[in-house]
Design a protein around this ligand. Sequence first.
Ligand code: FMN
Length: 162
Amino acid sequence: MKKILVVYYSRTGITKSLALSIANLVNADIEELIDKKKRKGLFGHLVSGRDAALRRQTTIQNFTNDPSAYDIVYIGTPVWDFTMAAAVRTFLIMYEKTLPASLVFFCTQASSGADSTIQEMATLSGKRPIATIICSSKDIEKNSYQEDIENQLDAIWLLKSI
Ligand SMILES: Cc1cc2nc3c(=O)[nH]c(=O)nc-3n(C[C@H](O)[C@H](O)[C@H](O)COP(=O)(O)O)c2cc1C
């Protein structure tokens, strides 16, 4: 049995819903990245967009799991200005050396930007993901994504035989 960790950041709960579903389906441990910077409301939205556009890091709360103890780490982020959230950027930079070879990246987005986000996550982690999952925030809000995620996860396990 592979040891799997799901790591995610979520500002308003959408990526969190997806992360919880994935962790449940692949029987993984899960840890949320907590950004110490205030990001609530309209002001938080604007600050977050600026931080993302400027590729800024942030301060995250201590991460309790050791990513190197896992066979596969799933890393999830909302798309912010066509790139990842500041907390995920910070995590990837901090843990680049200790991440296992097998990474899966997942993103939630309103409409577009997941592809460039995933590309940048690969650059920062120094690894090409073994698979990626992209979900629209509307589908998650309508709760009409479960089957799609199950199919995507099935495809990952079948194709990679892992
Ligand atoms: C600062 C900011 C920038 C965003 N930029 C994009 C974007 O470039 N493309 C997009 O499709 N959605 C964008 N969104 C929408 C979020 O990616 C989307 O609502 C996401 O599902 C929110 O996830 P969360 O609830 O886990 O924070 C942005 C949201 C924020 C707050």
